[in-house]
Design a protein around this ligand. Structure first.
Ligand SMILES: Cc1ncc(COP(=O)(O)O)c(C=O)c1O
Length: 392
């Protein structure tokens, strides 16, 4: 038997791993109530028609060729113009989703053994990429007692001479927290002091319930900053694999940008025809957004009402994205993966365990995706409530 590279055994992505068990149960005839995957298209949301039309037109017009490795010119121009403050089109790379943008940026930055500060709880792809690069992951904990706040003091305390970068996710997956201007300014001050690169994942910037989203780039021009975003969430087309990264402070990052270009050249290009949707997405009608937020708000409110009434559960109300990360007060034998597995096997209700996102030691959580329709969410919370009451 040929041995695979050893360090890949540490690459984990809890969201898809847990779905494998649900697929097994479903194949045995069990009805699964899916509150686990952040793909709005699995539920009653649809891609805005003008985006599908732009892609159909590109296909019909024969744009099935490779596009430039940094992306289609008109897409780069549209992204550059959409950012606050704007950047030059040459500072933008169009990628196969934010996933590939993160991969290119982190690969261009991190040497084996370099440290990267990642939010905990946080989106597991950051950890998976850093692990593949054999960088050292240093989690910085978000403050649950303050609504899962970004805590610059916590970040500062974790900086060492090997630290190269800080990843921020705002709004955050899996907590739904939105960072305040002050929190971001404080994190930028840490980055400035220690000459760290900040990667700001803003994929949920338009999925907001209240308040404002402050783009990190509006707060500094003297910190090496890369902003990441894409069409998957707010523009409802995750399968198209369209995302981007932008070098907000190109003078400080010209070497990294040249390395990203090298990596981008070596993988030829992102999916071409779908890049024709970027300009119409960013510059065309936006009326799907208030419609989506109306549905999501009702679902979030239903979730909050149900979770607040459940024994042994506490939850911070999400301000953005479509996730919440309730805390389980009592210790669960086998940890929160065992909790999620027991729940799905008994009730068909599928969440993702909190430790798949990282969490402060000694705490227990599970992530709820509140994209499903109200009847599905109600049935899922009935299942959860019955499960908890039977054990309280
Ligand atoms: C915080 C965050 N960043 C990035 C991604 C990946 O997005 P994409 O579909 O653009 O690769 C996701 C997907 O769920 C996400 O939640």
């Amino acid at each position: 038997m040929i041995q695979p590279a050893r360090h890949i055994a540490n690459v984990k992505y809890a969201i898809r791993n847990i779905a494998a068990e649900a697929a097994r149960l479903e194949a045995q005839g069990m009805k699964i109530l899916p509150c686990n995957i952040g793909d709005p298209l699995r539920f009653d949301f649809a891609t805005p028609p003008h985006l599908s039309e732009a892609v159909e037109r590109a296909l019909r017009d024969g744009h099935n060729h490779y596009v430039p490795s940094a992306g289609l010119k008109e897409a780069r121009e549209a992204v550059a113009a959409s950012l606050q403050p704007t950047v030059r089109p040459e500072d933008v790379f169009i990628t196969a989703g934010v996933s590939e943008a993160l991969d290119l940026a982190l690969t261009a930055l991190l040497e084996v053994g370099d440290e990267v500060l990642l939010p905990s709880p946080g989106y597991p792809l950051y950890n998976a990429i850093a692990t593949r690069l054999q960088a050292t992951v240093v989690p910085y904990f978000l403050d649950e007692s303050k609504g899962w706040a970004l805590d610059a003091e916590e970040i500062a305390a974790k900086v060492t001479s090997r630290t190269r970068a800080i990843v921020i996710c705002n709004p955050n997956n899996p907590t739904g927290a939105v960072a305040t201007r002050t929190q971001l300014e404080q994190v930028l001050a840490v980055a400035r002091k220690h000459r760290l690169v900040v990667l700001s994942d803003e994929i949920y910037d338009r999925v907001l319930f209240s308040g404002e989203h402050v783009p990190t780039a509006t707060l500094c021009d003297d910190v090496p900053l890369i902003t990441l975003n894409g069409l998957s969430k707010a523009y409802l087309c995750p399968g198209w694999r369209v995302g981007w990264l932008a070098f907000n402070t190109p003078k400080l990052l010209s070497g990294v940008a040249a390395s990203v270009q090298r990596l981008a050249d070596a993988r030829l290009c992102g999916p071409g025809p779908f890049q024709y949707a970027v300009k119409p997405a960013l510059e065309g009608p936006q009326d799907h957004l208030p419609q989506m937020m109306k549905k999501l708000r009702a679902r979030r409110d239903l979730m909050m009402k149900r979770l607040r009434a459940m024994p042994g559960i506490s939850v911070v109300e999400p301000q953005g994205a479509f996730y919440a990360l309730p805390s389980i007060e009592r210790a669960w034998a086998g940890g929160d993966e065992a909790f999620v597995l027991e729940l799905v096997r008994e009730t068909g209700v599928l969440f993702v365990h909190g430790d798949g996102f990282g969490q402060r030691p000694g705490t227990r959580h599970f992530r709820v995706v509140f994209l499903p329709s109200e009847p599905v969410l109600s049935a899922a919370f009935d299942g959860l409530e019955g499960f908890l009451r039977a054990r309280s």
